[in-house]
Ligand binder design. Sequence first.
Ligand code: FES
Length: 128
Amino acid sequence: MALYSEKVMEHFIHPKNVGVIEDADGVGEVGNAKCGDIMRMYLKINEEGIIEDVKFETFGCASAIASSSMATELIKGQPVEKALTLTNQAVAEALDGLPAYKMHCSVLAQEAIQSAIEDYHHKKGETT
Ligand code: FES
């Protein structure tokens, strides 16, 4: 069996939503203690609390890139509260699975989204 699913390969080779949002409403950056990789997430959130746009940058492995790409697709157009509940397991499932020893890479995407939402609330003067 191939190490990575077709979906992982597709999102790794053609990742969606890579880049920077200059006037982002929330920016989150997290690192993975295991491998030292870094992920940055940018969110554009409208007045209704809907994520209108999302972009990411990463110094991460193939799994981290595929996980972030999938995670951004899953939260785009969603309310922030819903995005907060996105788990790395859900991201891995949407990718048709990740090798067990690569699951920690998908945690980067989940944590970067949570950190960006925290920043959004902080900027609005709200506490989470
Ligand atoms: Fe670092 Fe995957 S090995 S994010």
